[in-house]
Design a binder for this molecule. Structure first.
Ligand SMILES: C[S@@+](CC[C@H](N)C(=O)[O-])C[C@H]1O[C@@H](n2cnc3c(N)ncnc32)[C@H](O)[C@@H]1O
Length: 295
């Protein structure tokens, strides 16, 4: 017969042993989970390290300077021809591109600044509209990556005073796709793509407007404003007009891009921010004159 102390020790011993075994199982399970999760994060880390050194297509992960940008850099430090806009004028659009790029950027005119605009909008779309076919050939032979369309203007600078009278007409105050607008200033001959893209920035630095027979920028300024107002995605468009020291650029930008939308003027460059009127029906063509800046 077993004594009392023996019968007490045996169940307790069994219980303690079982508890130790359970604790040991739990301990080993946790260790194994933690080591496997470490190995997952290590795999990810080594994957991302490999990816970084391979420099994938996602720009955020890529630290290597794209060849298009290094080419642009070398071009501008070795050329003796500089763009016509000054450092301060370029800085106005650059600040907007710093925020908005990569984005859709429409530029009236090909010039010595074109490669710079396309580079500042790296990863976005920069499209140039140019009236001079020979000039397109010259520029794009040198910079084949630039996207441009040849466009025809049917206005003449000498008709600008007459065209300015259109400011008062309802046809020109009405917001629509430029292709169906009844305003004589609306440019209708561009490729469909120009009307169907939602442009974030529009730069009016063409067509030529320095002699009476030149097309002048009357319709380019009006159409830029119309494209901005007619944006169907509800976005705001930054519109820039260069050479506002000249009568046409000064008067047409004031009339059709509006004092109320003027954000800044720097030298010969005006910057307007134009909201979509489609998104807010009943918006007047020009807002009440409560602008922050004056011409
Ligand atoms: C006032 S310029 C704008 C130039 C641009 N901002 C720049 O810095 O080069 C606009 C128009 O001038 C014409 N143009 C500019 N440079 C030219 C050149 N070297 N030869 C022929 N046409 C030129 C093009 O038709 C162009 O659309």
């Amino acid at each position: 017969m077993r004594n009392r102390s023996q019968s007490f020790i045996t169940p307790n011993l069994i219980f303690i042993c079982c508890t130790i075994v359970v604790l040991l199982i739990l301990f080993f399970q946790r260790t194994s989970i933690s080591s496997s999760s470490n190995s997952v994060s290590k795999t990810n880390l080594s994957d991302s390290t490999t990816q970084q050194s391979r420099c994938p297509s996602t720009p955020q992960q890529c630290t290597k300077l794209p060849t298009s940008l290094s080419d642009a850099l070398v071009h501008y430090v070795t050329t003796k021809i500089t763009p016509q806009q000054t450092f301060k004028e370029i800085s106005v659009s650059k600040r907007v591109l710093d925020k908005k790029s990569p984005c859709n950027f429409l530029v009236f005119g090909l010039g010595h600044d074109s490669l710079m605009w396309a580079s500042l909008n790296h990863g976005g779309r920069t499209l140039f509209l140019e009236e001079d076919k020979v000039w397109i050939e010259t520029v794009t032979t040198k910079f084949p990556s630039l996207e441009s369309y040849h466009v025809v203007y049917d206005t003449k600078l000498k008709d600008s005073n007459k065209l300015m009278e259109l400011e008062k007409t309802e046809d020109c105050k009405s917001v629509s796709d430029p292709r169906v607008s009844k305003c004589a200033l609306s440019l209708k001959g561009f490729p469909a793509d120009v009307y169907e893209t939602q442009w974030d920035l529009i730069m009016v630095d063409a067509p030529t407007g320095f002699h009476e027979e030149a097309p002048g920028r009357m319709s380019a300024i009006y159409t830029a404003g119309l494209l901005a107002r007619n944006r169907y995605d509800g976005g705001e468009t930054d519109v820039f007009v260069h050479d506002v020291n000249r009568a046409v650029e000064d008067e047409f930008s004031a009339a059709f891009l509006c004092q109320g939308y003027l954000k800044e003027q720097q030298g010969r460059l005006r910057h307007f921010t134009i909201p979509s009127h489609r998104a807010r029906s009943g918006t007047p063509f020009c807002p009440a004159d409560v602008s922050r800046h004056r011409f």
